[in-house]
Write a protein that binds this ligand. Sequence first.
Ligand code: HEC
Length: 118
Amino acid sequence: MRRIRWMFAAALGCAVLTTGCKTLPPSKPLSELTAEETAGYEVYQARCARCHHANSTRSLHGPGLQALYKQPYLPSGAPANDERIRAAIVHGRNMMPASANGLDDQQLANLMAYLHTL
Ligand code: HEC
């Protein structure tokens, strides 16, 4: 009896460890996005998707952005917060081009709202 309980605890521990360490929380499904987030998704498709996967952390031209805000740090090591992410978008970063031109304040706000759903 005691042994069975121990095995159960060990199995549960493994499950918690593997899901806790390897699986990122899923993005909000597209069908559940608000109007603002959907508008941001469209900006993302037009301006970011060619270089960044939204639903994976695999690199395309830049790092995958899944769970961007759900992890403490950005790929560069900077804290994952609005200030840093907005700066990367507006000013660019190394090989990433600046998007300041052609993105108005509303589009940027929508895009940021969408990035929070990843
Ligand atoms: C031409 C390809 C390209 C496009 C378009 C692009 N990026 Fe990037 N992005 C990159 C590359 C390359 C990096 C890695 C930069 C580095 O740290 O060297 C990057 C890095 C990032 C980072 C991480 C910054 C950090 O501090 O680690 C974020 C967030 C990001 N991009 C978001 C976006 C968003 C949102 C858009 C759309 C507005 C976008 N990118 C458009 C290529 C691109």
